[in-house]
Write a protein that binds this ligand. Structure first.
Ligand code: PMP
Length: 486
């Protein structure tokens, strides 16, 4: 067996090496500690003594010990010198406890399955209003297939990784679209993402630390809430009304708190469908600048607003981190989104994105770039028209089949209907009844960081056919009657 403690662990140094002497000492001691040659709580020789023994400067040993302190391998107390620290972190392992029992605590949100449900393939007979996916008609498929076919034979798209920042021509195309919406974006400001979900995770982990506070809307996108909760962030909710986020509430909160960022969806907000008015947009950006708190603008639906406003990012490139995606305007299976951020934090986001997946599929990026050039601008107005038509159909069906006590959020547009049931009806009870009747939707609590949503629910009007939209609303109408609402 190897000898334990000193002098077995006495570092040997090589004066001819290019490795600095402090580093040689540090590395040898580190190995001795990690392998147990220097067991826990062993006293290390005073710096001066070790320096004399090794015939080096005292500052060299001081430097080596400091590195070991930084690693948590030794501890130093004034008066009692240095000693090997106790191995930290892990609870004792017992022979009959398997390793997975001693894993660190698992942080999940209040509704851990929500991202899975929003993504899952729909099976079964029920008419499902759960997923925010684009409608089957108008279909992008024909033109999309042509775009992919055009790039499919180029090995430089198909057989390689590509830059982590994203495919340069796609970054340029995205920047040009953002410029046409009033932003000053250049291709260098665009980081391509594997879905904007990746971007929400990126900001949650790069702009904040566990325990930090952030501001979110109430209600807000449950997928984002789940990501923030996994990241250990504490969300302060701010109400949304028919003109968007209550910016006066944000102002009040910023008087006393220092949130890391403000997460908002100013265009066709998920779930209420409202779009923030111009006055609030300007006030929010001004507030953020004054309080020195960045805004994270999540904008998957911005290009689907009937009379589009510029994004918040057009009002400030320094204080707005902007996220968007092709999931709602083309198809979620592409898993293609982007983020634009001030140059000061771009590298921070880029390195973390690399740690997730190195790069987003280059084949997909090249195919979508081709589609943007050839077909996207014709597709968007058709999609907007379809959303409008469906909303009118849904409104009429609700008026016909539901009691007046069920209220639809005012001023909405886009993919979702946000509904409020009368006070005596819980949305979860209605969901149970609706599922028995062959229709399903998302209950409201999942959209709130704190309490709220008991009487609310969200219906996406897009994942079903127009006929199913009506018959699903009829089925829910029967469910409303069965739980006793007037
Ligand atoms: N943000 C919001 C507000 C969303 O509604 C969604 C999708 N439901 C996403 C982000 C995630 O989109 P992606 O498919 O790009 O990850």
């Amino acid at each position: 067996m190897r000898e334990m403690g000193w002098p077995a662990a006495m570092p040997s140094i090589d004066r001819d090496s290019i490795v600095p002497i402090y580093q040689q000492i540090y590395e040898e001691l580190r190995e001795a500690i990690l392998t147990g040659t220097l067991p826990e709580l062993t006293r290390l020789p005073p710096e001066r003594t070790l320096a004399e023994k090794l015939n080096v400067n005292r500052s060299t040993v001081v430097h080596a010990y400091r590195e070991l302190v930084t690693d948590g391998l030794i501890e130093q107390r004034v008066g009692s010198g240095s000693r090997v620290a106790r191995a930290a972190g892990h609870p004792p392992r017992s022979a009959d406890v398997p390793w997975w029992v001693t894993l660190p605590p698992w942080r999940v949100g209040s509704f851990p399955q929500v991202l899975g449900e929003l993504a899952a393939t729909i099976h079964g007979e029920r008419i499902s209003f759960v997923q925010g996916v684009p409608p089957v008609e108008p279909s992008p498929l024909g033109e999309l297939a042509k775009s992919f076919a055009r790039v499919a034979n180029d090995p430089s798209y198909v057989l390689t990784y590509g830059d982590s920042e994203g495919h340069a021509p796609l970054r340029e195309a995205i920047a040009a679209r953002m410029r046409s919406r009033g932003c000053e974006t250049t291709a260098r400001d665009v980081l391509v993402l594997t879905g904007s979900t990746q971007g929400i995770t990126l900001v949650a982990q790069s702009l904040a630390e566990p325990g930090d506070e952030i501001i979110v809307e109430a209600p807000t996108y449950p997928g984002a809430l789940q990501i923030f909760q996994i990241a250990g962030l504490r969300a302060i909710p701010v109400a949304v009304d028919e003109d968007g986020m209550r910016v006066d509430h944000v102002e009040a909160i910023l008087r006393t708190r220092r949130p890391r960022f403000i997460y908002t969806m100013p265009a066709l907000h998920n779930p209420t469908g409202v779009t923030m008015n111009d006055d609030r947009r300007e006030r929010l950006v001004t507030l953020a600048q004054r309080a020195r708190v960045p805004i994270v603008e999540d904008d998957p639906y911005g290009e689907l607003v009937q009379h589009p406003r510029g994004p918040l990012a057009a009002l400030s490139s320094d204080y707005v981190v902007y996220l968007s995606t092709f999931s709602k305007t083309i198809a979620p299976s592409l898993r293609l989104g982007w983020i634009t951020a001030p140059r000061t934090i771009f590298e921070r986001l880029l390195l973390r994105k690399q740690s997730y997946d190195m790069a987003t599929s280059l084949y997909v990026q090249a195919g979508v770039r081709d589609y943007l050039e050839t077909a996207y601008d014709a597709h968007l107005p058709r999609l907007r028209a379809e959303l409008e038509a469906r909303r009118a159909i849904a409104r009429d069906a609700i008026a016909e089949h539901w009691p007046k006590t069920m209220r639809l959020a005012k001023g909405g547009g886009g993919f979702y209907l946000w509904l409020t049931a009368p006070r005596e009806m819980r949305a979860r009870a209605l969901l149970d009844a609706a599922e028995r009747n062959g229709a399903t939707f998302l209950f409201g609590e999942a959209f709130f960081a704190a309490s709220g949503g008991d009487h609310n629910f969200r219906m996406a009007i897009t994942p079903v056919s127009r006929e199913e939209l009506v018959s699903g609303i009829e089925r829910i109408g029967a469910a409303i009657a069965s739980v006793g609402a007037r």
